[in-house]
Design a protein around this ligand. Structure first.
Ligand code: GBH
Length: 467
């Protein structure tokens, strides 16, 4: 499609899903309302020194009370889909026993409002907010937690399966396991290599057990998925040592999930690399068959690539011992406010890898976006040209991968709203809608207008030299 002599539109396939993504603890607030109990993030954010400025999700973007306003914003963007997460401690406060009706009602109203707006609801069952009582009983390193998750999935499916057609079990189990139990940067803040590996296994088991329960409980056309933050890894040089550093991190960041979930096996090199930590006897017969229960697509969240070389890094680390053999280098190029490099090739490379390694598996980009130091100017506008440039580059990379045979079905921009950015609190703004947290006023940024244009024309505009 030609617009002028020198611009053209990279069009995405018909039916491509254009969304935004959020997570319950990051936007909802209402932390103690309608029977919600604390999750590990409530506890962690209250512990001194864990979250920047002592911020918590108590109020966040107050989405629990402003849901209709937020859905109206999404309708104006023209989204086809919206990815949100369901707060386990709202629906089943202690992680056991019957559901709390008021908690379920919120998500029922949200799904209905979305459907009324012509937006497909895409629900994630777990975006890191484990009920604190389950952590008190041992958390993800304990096998029991996987069964609790499957039971919770059944409750939610029974209540919402008639309205929600696309389901994701877990968001980024790597973060839950290795940042939560390995280096302690995320809740619950534990620092044990053994616990991080046990957590990873039990998250895989929880995922598979939930898929089995969901297939039974949901209408046959329902779509089931898992979201991973696959790491796009680059060796510093092509030396054997640097390539081996990539192999080690690939095992403990990517294949620790991909192998159980898609091949029903553990990565054997990881088992060897971690021999000094565990013999993996917590993996029981039959577990990997459960973890590899078939799903309909894989969600991937991508922000930036990771450059590695042979060497040594600090501990506590999220790498379960690999830090003794690997160092991490800053990737070159411009950076976002997170200090993460802007490098869309990493996304392209991941999509090509999935095309080759998991043929026939549809993929959705369930998160991609950038934080910048946004502010409202005196006329009340928020100009964020760097975010637009970031999104433009990454969508162009997705388009290129699709042209080369990657089966990408959708793109969910992180995030709809500025929100509670985990250990960074409110200091980082990822939204395409600005939130003035003092008043809770929403201001769509320029990137929101830009994204609405992309959705309307089903693609990104490029100048011909780049086309
Ligand atoms: C996602 O996680 C989350 O799903 C979302 O809730 C969050 O708000 C959003 O991204 C923005 O942060 O430790 O060397 O691998 C992001 C996952 C994991 C990406 C840590 C950057 C740091 C480099 N992040 N990673 S490393």
């Amino acid at each position: 499609e030609t617009l002028t002599d020198d611009t053209t539109v990279l069009r995405f396939p018909n039916g491509f899903r254009w969304g935004t993504a959020t997570a319950a603890y990051q936007i909802e607030g209402a932390a103690a309302e309608d029977g919600r109990s604390p999750s590990i993030w409530d506890t962690f954010s209250r512990a001194p020194g864990k979250v920047r400025n002592g911020d918590t999700g108590d109020i966040a973007a107050d989405h629990y009370h402003r849901m209709h306003e937020d859905v109206a914003l999404m309708r104006r963007l023209g989204l086809t889909d919206y990815r949100f997460s369901i707060a386990w401690p709202r629906v089943q406060p202690t992680g056991r026993g019957p559901a709390v009706q008021k908690g379920l009602d919120f998500y029922r109203r949200l799904a209905d409002a979305l459907l009324d707006a012509g937006i497909r609801p895409v629900a994630t069952l777990y975006h890191w907010d484990l009920p604190q009582e389950l952590e008190n009983a041992g958390g993800w390193p304990e096998r029991e937690t996987a069964q609790r998750f499957a039971d919770y999935a059944a409750l939610v499916a029974d209540a919402l399966g008639d309205r929600i057609g696309t389901w994701t079990t877990l968001n980024e189990p790597w973060c839950a396991a290795f940042l939560g139990y390995g280096n302690g940067v995320h809740a619950p803040g534990r620092t044990s290599p053994l616990d991080s590996l046990r957590a990873a296994h039990h998250l895989n088991l929880a995922h598979g057990a939930a898929v089995r329960v969901l297939r039974d409980a949901l209408p046959p056309a329902s779509h089931l998925s898992l979201t991973l933050n696959l790491h796009a890894l680059r060796p510093l040089t092509r030396s054997a040592e640097d390539l081996d550093a990539v192999r080690r991190i690939d095992a403990v960041a990517n294949r620790v999930f991909l192998d159980p979930v898609f091949h029903g096996r553990l990565p054997q090199d990881l088992v060897q690399d971690t021999a000094g930590i565990t013999d993996w006897s917590f993996v029981r017969d039959g577990d990997l068959a459960i973890s590899s229960t078939p799903i309909d697509s894989l969600g991937i969240n991508y922000y930036s690539p990771t450059v590695v070389a042979a060497g040594r890094s600090e501990s506590p680390s999220p790498w379960a011992g690999a830090e003794r053999h690997v160092r991490f280098l800053p990737a070159p190029g411009p950076r976002t406010a997170m200090d993460w490099p802007v490098d869309a090739d990493g996304l392209y490379e991941l999509l090509i890898r999935l095309r080759d390694d998991l043929p026939g598996l549809p993929v959705m980009i369930t998160e991609n976006g950038a934080a910048y130091d946004d502010y409202a100017d005196p006329s009340g506008q928020v100009h964020d040209p760097e975010r637009i440039a970031y999104l433009h580059r990454h969508l162009t990379a997705v388009h290129r991968a699709i042209e080369e045979g990657a089966d990408v079905r959708g793109y969910f921009l992180w995030s709809l709203l500025d929100n509670f950015e985990w250990a960074y609190g409110y200091s980082k703004r990822f939204g395409i809608v600005y939130v003035d947290f003092a008043t809770q006023r929403r201001i769509p940024k320029k990137s929101a207008d830009w994204y609405a244009d992309v959705i309307a024309r089903k693609g990104v505009e490029v100048t011909r030299q780049n086309a």
